[in-house]
Design a protein around this ligand. Structure first.
Ligand SMILES: Cc1cc2nc3c(=O)[nH]c(=O)nc-3n(C[C@H](O)[C@H](O)[C@H](O)COP(=O)(O)O)c2cc1C
Length: 177
């Protein structure tokens, strides 16, 4: 699949088949995430991949009802997290500029977009969920204290073909000088 096609066809999917996802495909998604750029190559994003039935149910239970429903049959949930105070920070621990940990989250978004596109390329669909209970998820997956949970990403074979929500135009988002 060409990049342009993946960019255009990727949608947030809120209805999945129960069909399992091949481990090899999940690995390819993670390998794509690794290729993303990051602040001084600090690579602070960590992914917690949940495929085991028992843990899947437990993580789904932590989601607010509407998101639980969105991914009720998704066979894979990937929790993204960042190690705080590293990306966007100097060696002595001071923030390099006003964005501080914003750079870690920026890096995480770049990596996660690669992951989403690699999913699409392999016939998979995804849903990024920012509305989640970070504390409950961190406890359940025993995520180290120095990391912050970012998103929960549902992955699977789609059961729907959602239309693209309306997009802004180039004129709306960019100014040329
Ligand atoms: C950071 C982030 C958080 C999001 N959180 C949720 C969420 O909690 N629940 C949900 O259903 N969709 C969520 N979405 C999906 C957006 O609603 C979706 O990307 C947007 O409407 C555009 O649709 P598209 O992804 O199909 O192009 C999130 C997307 C992003 C990037």
């Amino acid at each position: 699949m060409e990049l342009q096609e993946a960019l255009q066809k990727r949608r947030s999917v809120r209805s999945y088949q129960k069909q399992k996802v091949e481990e090899e495909k999940i690995k390819k998604m993670l390998e794509a995430a690794i290729l993303a750029p990051s602040w001084k190559n600090s690579q602070v994003t960590r992914y917690y991949v949940v495929t085991g039935e028992e843990m899947l149910e437990k993580v789904k239970e932590t989601l607010p009802e509407f998101n639980r429903k969105n991914v009720q049959d998704a066979p894979v949930l990937i929790v993204s997290a960042i190690i705080r105070d590293r990306s966007g920070f100097e060696r002595d621990g001071t923030p390099s500029n006003e964005l501080g940990n914003g750079w870690g989250y920026y890096d995480c978004g770049m990596q996660s977009m690669n992951l989403l596109l690699a999913a699409k390329e392999q016939g998979l669909d995804t849903l990024v969920m920012g509305i989640r209970d970070a504390g409950k998820i961190a406890e359940l997956l025993e995520i180290p204290k120095e990391q912050s949970v970012v998103s929960v990403i549902g992955v699977g074979y789609s059961q729907a073909e959602p239309a693209m929500p309306k997009r802004k135009t180039v004129a709306d988002i960019a100014r040329f000088y």
